[in-house]
Every structure is written in structure tokens, then in C-alpha cells.
Design a protein around this ligand. Structure first.
Ligand code: UD1
Length: 420
């Protein structure tokens, strides 16, 4: 099995081009079931995307991938020939976002059988809110043999979905379902993550009428579907945040390009509070390492709050700040799995309930460590970059699920990182 080997302490210098967002691409791929022909650009070519494409292929969507460097795109065509309304366990178990095909299949074909995704390392991650939304639009749902079996014999009908708590995936499934439903749907207490907004932009191009204000989305189902649409996926704000942390830790000067600083204000505010110099431009951000970092408190929240997906990376930064920094994880109950590994590298971290207290500044020492999930893995990469000696990271397939050209992007900035 491949590992990553990192020799720490190299200063970083250079430019990093941020890829398109994996989490925006996944629901848009699910939405392409509703379309006729779609061309997507700025898609990150990472494992989760290929898993979703495999699922769509199984369903009957025709897929063309153009991998030529600057003109990369993915084309999807639904010619309505031999469509299966099934998402089997083998294709959903490795990637929970597979459950997003439920909304599209049900609304278009009036039935769907989708495997329950099961738990994952960071928490139980149920789908009750997804089902809650679909039931509000008239779906009849049963759970049988590990599958969600959903039906709406006469088609879904617009309705009111007031979520009891905020979920990104459930909001996306509700949007997909509402697009094919008859009449108007009002979704309230919904997620407003930039990836949800990107899905809305895509659905509008398909012909759906959607209005959003505060945490309320009003959807009028599609009357006629546009024959062919093009969409450029939004930048990956989690990848951007990860490299901003790398720059803040070691950057003589790191320039992050292809981003919109307005979208990642909460992350930039934390960096500024810690005393890090960041310069914003329209589509780029420059970050410099600071001599001394100030302690800070972070509480993860739905957007526009601080993202849970950047908590592990910012924790590494906090190991270098003076005093006791704190992170409260409000979204997932088991998202501190990187902590034992960081402690093996010398970090001083204590966890009580959902709060991690990080004392610093602490010198980290290279060690052999184990990646446990996508974002935890990349926090170990960041730790390896600042540690004395060599760090070996096992189970890097987690990284491949979501970070495109990670080694190449870091190597271009003079990091010493290689696959072994
Ligand atoms: C998405 C992101 C993930 C990110 C998360 C939170 C994708 C592909 N993944 O995941 O990277 O960490 O948002 O920003 O976009 N919940 C329920 N019932 C449900 C659904 C969710 O209780 O039916 C709970 C979850 O267990 C969690 C919270 O709601 O505690 C938020 O989860 P959710 O926003 O749904 O995350 P995902 O959409 O799975």
C-alpha cells in the first residue's frame, strides 16, 4: 500500500492553483440525471468523483471524460435508454454522496431504490433528514434489506420542508426532488453552503426557477428542460483553506489562485486573529508565515460559520500558537481522530466532550502515522511539513478521495514530499 513520506521544515514558496470543489461537483453530477446533456468544467479528478461517475454509468447515464490538461471536462448525457432507478450498496458504501441520486431518480422516474450509506469514521451520519424532505413532497418510503425504497406513483408534489436541523446533503436532495415536483416547494432552515448555491446555479440553468433569501429557498419545478447546458464548478474552499494553513505555517510567500476570498471570510478572519498576514485580491490570496501566532477559539458551524472540514487543518496551526487555543466541533460527534496521531508527533492536545484544547507553541517530531479520513489525513500532511525529521503517512487512499495533485502542488512550492 502506498504511503507519503515528508521531510519537514522546508520553507514554502510559490503559487497554488485551487481545483474545483468536490463537494459541489457531487450533487451537480447527481442533478445531471435530470438533464439531457451537460458539460462540466473545473471538475476535480479525484476518487470520489470517479465513484459517483461509476454510479451514474450504472444508472444508465452516458459519460465522456476529456482529460486533456487545460481543456478538461466531463460530459454527461441522459438519452433515457435503459435507465435503472437503483443505486447498489457496492457503489454507495464507499461514498455517502451516492445517496444524492435519490432525489433526482425519484422526482424524474417516480421511484428509486438506493442503498443506505451506513456509518463512517467521523460519525453515525444518518439520512433521516433526506427522507423527511422527500416525504414532505409526497414520497412513500420504506427501508428494506439495507435499501431506501422510495415511490411517488403520481410524481412528487411541491410542499413545505422545514428542516429541524441543518444538513447540506438533505438540502441538496430536497432541491433535486423539488426541481421535478409539480408546483412550488419552500425549503426552510436549509444549508446555504457555497456548494448548495452552486447546485442552485446549475439547476437554474436546467430551467428551474429558484429564489433564495436567508435560510429559505423557493423552488418552482422545471417545466421544460434545456437541451444542453454548460457549468463551471466553483472552487474548492476546503482545499484553499488547507493550503492557506500550509502558507501560514511555512510560507515565505504562498499565492493561492482561482479562489473568491469573499466566500471564505470566516477562515480568513481566524488567520488574521492569529496574527497571520493575508493579502486579498479579487481571485487570489497571498499568505505569509508569521513569527509568532496568537491563540484563538474556533467553533464549527454550518456556513457562513467556520467549516468542520477545516477543523483538523487549523488544529495543526494552533499547535504553533502561543497559549491554549480551542476548537469546538459542533457538526460531527467523532471528528477528532487526527488528535491521537498529532499527539504521537508531540502535539499537546486534550479533548473534553466536543472541545479540543491545543497548547502551544510545540515542536512536532516526525513519526509514522495513520490517516483515518479525508480531512484528518491532510492535517497529518501539514503536521509532517512542520515536523523535525521524516513523517510517514499510511492509508493515503483517504487523501486521494478529495485532494487533486496534492504532492505536485506542494512540491511546486518546495515541500519535500514523495509517495513510497
Ligand atoms: C457535507 C460534506 C462534508 C461536510 C458536511 C458538513 C459533501 C459531499 N460532504 O456532508 O464534507 O463535512 O457537509 O459541512 O458535501 N444529519 C442528520 N440526518 C441527516 C443528515 C445529516 O442527523 O439525514 C446530521 C449529520 O450527522 C451531521 C449534520 O447533520 O451531524 C450535518 O451533516 P450534513 O450537513 O448532512 O453533512 P453531509 O451533507 O453528509
Amino acid at each position: 500500500m502506498q504511503k507519503l513520506s515528508i521531510k519537514g521544515k522546508n520553507k514554502l514558496n510559490g503559487t497554488i492553483l485551487i481545483s474545483g470543489s468536490k463537494n459541489a461537483t457531487l450533487p451537480i453530477l447527481a442533478a445531471s440525471i435530470l438533464a439531457k446533456k451537460v458539460r462540466l468544467t473545473n471538475v476535480p479528478f479525484v476518487k470520489d468523483i470517479f465513484t459517483m461517475l461509476e454510479l451514474l454509468k450504472f444508472i444508465g447515464i452516458k459519460i465522456k471524460i476529456n482529460n486533456r490538461n487545460k481543456k478538461r471536462y466531463i460530459e454527461l448525457k441522459n438519452d433515457e435508454k435503459s435507465i435503472k432507478t437503483l443505486a447498489p450498496y457496492k457503489l454507495v458504501k464507499t461514498m455517502r454522496a451516492g445517496v444524492l441520486v435519490l432525489g433526482s431518480l425519484l422526482t424524474k422516474y417516480k421511484k428509486a431504490k438506493v442503498s443506505l450509506p451506513g456509518g463512517c469514521a467521523i460519525g453515525t451520519r444518518p439520512v433521516d433528514l433526506h427522507l423527511f424532505a422527500l416525504k414532505k413532497l409526497g414520497a412513500k418510503i420504506k427501508i428494506k434489506n439495507g435499501y431506501i425504497i422510495a415511490e411517488a406513483k403520481k410524481g412528487l408534489v411541491g410542499g413545505k420542508i422545514n428542516f429541524p436541523s441543518i444538513s447540506v446533503g438533505a438540502t441538496e436532495n430536497a432541491l433535486l426532488a423539488a426541481c421535478g415536483a409539480q408546483g412550488e416547494t419552500v425549503i426552510s432552515n436549509c444549508a446555504i453552503e457555497p456548494e448548495v448555491i452552486d447546485l442552485i446555479e446549475f439547476l437554474k440553468k436546467l430551467g428551474c426557477k429558484i429564489k433564495i433569501s436567508n435560510r429559505k429557498i423557493i423552488v418552482k419545478g422545471i417545466r421544460s428542460i434545456k437541451a444542453q447546458i454548460k457549468h463551471k464548478i466553483i472552487f474548492d474552499r476546503i482545499e484553499a483553506g488547507t493550503y492557506l494553513v500550509a502558507g501560514a505555517l511555512l510560507g515565505e510567500k504562498i499565492i493561492i489562485k482561482q479562489v473568491n476570498p469573499e466566500i471564505i471570510k470566516s477562515e480568513l478572519n481566524i488567520l488574521k486573529k492569529m496574527g497571520i498576514k493575508v493579502l486579498k485580491n479579487r481571485n487570489s490570496i497571498t499568505v505569509f508565515k508569521s513569527k509568532s501566532l496568537k491563540k484563538v477559539k474556533i467553533s464549527t458551524k454550518p456556513y457562513p460559520g467556520f467549516p468542520t472540514d477545516l477543523q483538523a487543518q487549523f488544529m495543526v496551526l494552533m499547535t504553533q500558537a502561543k497559549g491554549v487555543s480551542k476548537i469546538k466541533e459542533n457538526i460531527f460527534e467523532n471528528r477528532f481522530m487526527h488528535v491521537p496521531e498529532l499527539k504521537r508527533m508531540g502535539a499537546k492536545i486534550e479533548i473534553r466532550n466536543r472541545v479540543a484544547s491545543i497548547s502551544g507553541p510545540t515542536k512536532l517530531n516526525g513519526a509514522e502515522v495513520m490517516a483515518t479520513d479525508l480531512r484528518a489525513s491532510v492535517s497529518l500532511v501539514l503536521a509532517g511539513l512542520i515536523a523535525e525529521n521524516r513523517t510517514i503517512i499510511n492509508r493515503i487512499y483517504h487523501l486521494e478521495r478529495g485532494y487533486e495533485f496534492l504532492e505536485k502542488k506542494l512540491k511546486n512550492c518546495k515541500a519535500s514530499i514523495k509517495r513510497i
